[in-house]
Design a protein around this ligand. Structure first.
Ligand code: GTP
Length: 203
């Protein structure tokens, strides 16, 4: 389920040289003063953008709380900021994810749901796979009655290049267990998502 990192990782020097090649290819002079540090900045940025390859998302969910045996309603973490990169053009995908599950016996610290989103986002992705990976991991580790993930995101490969359609967003969802099989549960989730934002509580 997790994508292993490329077995032979190029060195930092090779990565920086690749940036110089791209600069030259774009028509620039990498020796120009303003660009001298750019290859190392780009390499550092890549370490941050793609740190998800070094994270095992399943491990993030290992610590659970089982004392919550009388909570049998939906847990929803909504509006999780999502920053990823499109694997086709290597440009940003920016959006938000909503993650819900119906606990069977264990609940997880809510920050861990956001960490799972981050672990898969910080890789080269397409939105459909990103959505499925997050849902499948939560479902297989927590074994809840159901898991749902909905992602809304803008793709810079569509907004800043190519077809140039600013303002367009892509919506994907993956519903598992009761969210897939029980229309009442799915409707309840969608009504929770449609409630007005509660930003006064999120400061
Ligand atoms: N389904 C899906 N498509 C994506 C995603 N991110 C980017 N794409 C699309 O992937 C497609 C790649 O198409 P290609 O024809 O190979 O590439 P291209 O010539 O750069 O296409 P244009 O973007 O239309 O200029 C484009 O239609 C992108 O909009 C994603 O997360 N999911």
């Amino acid at each position: 389920m997790t994508n292993p990192p490329t077995p032979v990782r190029p060195s930092r020097e090779e990565a920086e040289e690749a940036v110089r090649v791209l600069l030259r290819w774009a028509g620039e002079d990498p020796a120009r003063e303003g660009l001298l540090d750019t290859p190392s900045r780009v390499a550092r940025s890549y370490e941050e953008f793609f740190e998800g390859y070094a994270v095992n998302p399943e491990e993030l969910l290992q610590r659970t709380f089982s004392e919550v045996d009388d909570y049998d309603e939906i847990v929803l973490l909504r509006d999780i900021r999502l920053e990823s990169h499109c694997e086709h053009h290597m440009v940003p995908i920016i959006g938000r994810a909503h993650v819900a599950y119906l606990p069977r016996k264990r609940v997880v610290g809510i920050s861990k749901l956001a960490r799972v989103v981050e672990a898969y986002s910080r890789r080269f992705q397409i939105q459909e796979r990103l959505t499925s990976q997050i849902a499948n991991t939560i479902d297989s580790v927590l074994e809840p009655y159901g898991t749902a993930v909905i992602i809304e995101a803008g793709h810079q490969c569509m907004t800043t290049r190519g077809v140039h359609r600013p303002g367009v967003s892509m919506v994907t969802s993956r519903m598992l267990g009761v969210f897939r099989d029980n229309s009442d549960t799915r409707r309840e989730l969608l009504s929770m998502l449609n409630r007005p934002g509660m930003s006064e509580f999120s400061a």
